[in-house]
Design a binder for this molecule. Sequence first.
Ligand code: NAG
Ligand code: NAG
Ligand code: NAG
Ligand code: NAG
Ligand code: NAG
Ligand code: NAG
Ligand code: NAG
Ligand code: NAG
Ligand code: NAG
Ligand code: NAG
Ligand code: NAG
Ligand code: NAG
Length: 760
Amino acid sequence: MSSECTWSILVVLGFILAADAHGGTVCTVRSSTGKEVLLGSNFTVSCIFNKPCTKQLFRNNEPIKYELSPRSREVFVYIRNLTTLSIFTCKCNDNPEPCGIDITPGYPPNFPQNLTCIRKTEFGNVSCTWTTGRDTKIVTTCQLRVQGDPHHGYESVMNSSGFCWATFPIKSLMSQLTVSLNVSNSLGSNTSGPHTFTLSNIVQPSLPKIKHVDCSSRWCHLHTDNHSMNLVEVQYKSPKGIWKKVQINGKKSLNISLLEPYTKYTFQIRRKINQTMGLWSYWSQAKEAETKEEAPDKVLDFWYLRELKPSQSEKCFRIFWKELSVSDAKGKIHQYNITVKKGNSREIIVVPRRINESICCSDCSVSVSAVNSMGQSPENFIKLQTPHLVSGFLSHKSLSNHSIALSWPRLAIAGNITEYVVHWYPVGDIEEIQWIRVVDTKANITGLRPQECFQGAVTALTSNGPVASNKDLSTWQSAPEQGPVPQQVKKKTESLIVKWSKIPQEKRGGCLKKYTVYLMDKSKGEIHHYSVDYPLTEYIISGLSPGQCYNLWVTAWTDAGEGPRGSDLPFCTPTDTERLLSLVILAGGAVLFFCLFLICICQFSSVQRRFLSCFQCLLPRVIPDPANSKCAKTYDKEILFYLQQYDSSMSEEPENVEVEEVPYHPSFTCTYIKSFSQESDSSDATQITRNTDISEDYISTHGAISGGEEEEDEEKEMGLDEFEFFPSIRSPFLEPLVSTGGKLTLDVVKIDCSEFLDCT
Ligand SMILES: *[C@@H]1O[C@H](CO)[C@@H](O)[C@H](O)[C@H]1NC(C)=O
Ligand SMILES: *[C@@H]1O[C@H](CO)[C@@H](O)[C@H](O)[C@H]1NC(C)=O
Ligand SMILES: *[C@@H]1O[C@H](CO)[C@@H](O)[C@H](O)[C@H]1NC(C)=O
Ligand SMILES: *[C@@H]1O[C@H](CO)[C@@H](O)[C@H](O)[C@H]1NC(C)=O
Ligand SMILES: *[C@@H]1O[C@H](CO)[C@@H](O)[C@H](O)[C@H]1NC(C)=O
Ligand SMILES: *[C@@H]1O[C@H](CO)[C@@H](O)[C@H](O)[C@H]1NC(C)=O
Ligand SMILES: *[C@@H]1O[C@H](CO)[C@@H](O)[C@H](O)[C@H]1NC(C)=O
Ligand SMILES: *[C@@H]1O[C@H](CO)[C@@H](O)[C@H](O)[C@H]1NC(C)=O
Ligand SMILES: *[C@@H]1O[C@H](CO)[C@@H](O)[C@H](O)[C@H]1NC(C)=O
Ligand SMILES: *[C@@H]1O[C@H](CO)[C@@H](O)[C@H](O)[C@H]1NC(C)=O
Ligand SMILES: *[C@@H]1O[C@H](CO)[C@@H](O)[C@H](O)[C@H]1NC(C)=O
Ligand SMILES: *[C@@H]1O[C@H](CO)[C@@H](O)[C@H](O)[C@H]1NC(C)=O
């Protein structure tokens, strides 16, 4: 192998080093068994010198001891168990030019085995490979002889994994192939054979090709290149599936059936002469094709909750549904059709790419269908009903930080229970609702988060309508991290109405249970506390002393304990005289205001006309629907799940406004929305100073009118609300009055009175 090369490099090097020396080698080296020896064998290396000199012998450049031969000028060394390539060199002391030999240990070839022959296509040459099982480590020649072929043998050199190969043409008339193998090197040779093949049995068809694929929703038709093979194997898979294989008689068309709709498949084919003959071709290049869509055939799982919309006369429900799985959808779902059936009428509401919708109707059934390009999923009507509430039968046990086991007794209620629906959602985030349907009386719910409060409920679907029970659920709770901020609503000499802010969900540490209101009497230093059940956020403290100062704060509780206090609310109750004074001022102000208003009306005939026409408009024959009034529509919509009559934690986010219809005047039936729990403006703190610098400030700012010293009697509050109903009168009307001393211009009045018509 490389021994000659190594040696020649050494020799060249030697020549360069000894350029001045005389020509010709001083010695020759010989091995008793040649340059290639059996691995682990013993042999003798000897050096014959051309002239007498001091002799040296090296093995891999290391000097070694040698023995003197009986013959003069010859030295030798006995080498035992040679396992690696070794270089032996000899030289004379006075001559730098050495002589040497590379000795390579190796093996004779083993018996040739594992002969495989392949004929590429029915007309190609035959390629054979075989092996001797191990690397001989020395140059080994492989030879293949074909019987009846005049060629004396097809030769190759064995590669380092011990493989040999040969490629040869076939005479056209042959049907049988007989070959013999010979593997040889300097240490020996080995032969095998003759081996006989049936030629058609070693034919490997050429690489097949899928030209194109036609698909319907359930099958695909493969178009391939021309071929003469009888057997085709098709393998195909969906993106996440495994390969499936099917063998088809290749003369027929390649139809792959039992496929899933709307799925991208990858196809490959290979061929063979027939079941018994020949070899498989390689797999063709992969070809992708997508099956067509089909209308979904699975009923959509949907659930609904009662939604409380303040101004709706009909009941409202929020419908939630689950997206179909990819295999159930059978296509791209581009919308949902909600069919609302009421009596004989059907209405379809189209919802694009959302999974909830609000429906307002009474005594109706709905069905939700997923729609793809081929149609929609089957209808399944459910009657929308407000469930009958049963409290307290639901028990729960925390399984881990993320799951809870719920259980409930089989309800002894009229009607047969078909199934139970267990639903839950994080308090305040109804869109994250999840639900499961069970027939058993227990269920595990998972995917919860610790320190978060979930609203859960079990609804039994019975033949007589739904029956539900609800519960606040949490896995692991802590005390709240934040305290509520108290705010004064109304202050009297002996009582105080206080309300407080809600704690953000993420600071609650779980489900709130109650609040504690602390009241410290500053003069005595006593602390009283009052417990207020969640979800109330308002409390009336009575029994206060007039003219006394207090400090107030509020804390929140979960089952895990009490949270920190929010900000303090220091306040002082007014003395009785202060109260009297403020009443007088307010009454005087109201009288003054009313007088000015009357003057305005009487002064200008055009205003009178407008006022009268406005009054006519306010005498409607048809009572306006408060639900459609402009005022009602501006109120925040909010979802109040039916169960929140019991726990209104849902009603937290927007400031909730209770509304009530109140006639504008006994003789006029123009209805309007009256607010009872309007936020008090920041009137409380400035109250005392306002009492001293009397009327101007008081009249000219709206805040002073609606939020100033409140009167207890309902009539006065109504009077104020009447003004709120004519919002434009206030500022542009009054301010010039005060500042110009009663001189009004007609333009101002025109502009203002035109808005009287807003109420219709
Ligand atoms: C090589 O020599 C050693 C010791 O002299 C002997 O044991 C061994 O059998 C010899 N091997 C062969 C292959 O002759
Ligand atoms: C020959 O050498 C190899 C490795 O160097 C060793 O494993 C083996 O035992 C030796 N054989 C003899 C007979 O010394
Ligand atoms: C052929 O190989 C076998 C081992 O497979 C070996 O025993 C035999 O000696 C080899 N024959 C020759 C001639 O080297
Ligand atoms: C088959 O082998 C012959 C000779 O070895 C060569 O000339 C010919 O091109 C080969 N044919 C094919 C198809 O490889
Ligand atoms: C030769 O084939 C036999 C079985 O046919 C197998 O066990 C062996 O591993 C093959 N040898 C080589 C070197 O591939
Ligand atoms: C030797 O040839 C065989 C058969 O062609 C091949 O599988 C193997 O990879 C080759 N080994 C080397 C080291 O080239
Ligand atoms: C195998 O090849 C070697 C070297 O070419 C030769 O000496 C030997 O006779 C061949 N044996 C057979 C059976 O052909
Ligand atoms: C495919 O085969 C058919 C029939 O055997 C033949 O008519 C046609 O010409 C072939 N096409 C090609 C491209 O070889
Ligand atoms: C397979 O093909 C061979 C050669 O074309 C033929 O002799 C044999 O009968 C075929 N076998 C079957 C099962 O078709
Ligand atoms: C879904 O509703 C729309 C609007 O009514 C209707 O045009 C469409 O045909 C419906 N889709 C199906 C599949 O019924
Ligand atoms: C309840 O189911 C039982 C049997 O399954 C049936 O006999 C009974 O009539 C059902 N009751 C009602 C109210 O549907
Ligand atoms: C709920 O989980 C517990 C514990 O993992 C298990 O023992 C029980 O069978 C589960 N119950 C249901 C209804 O899956």
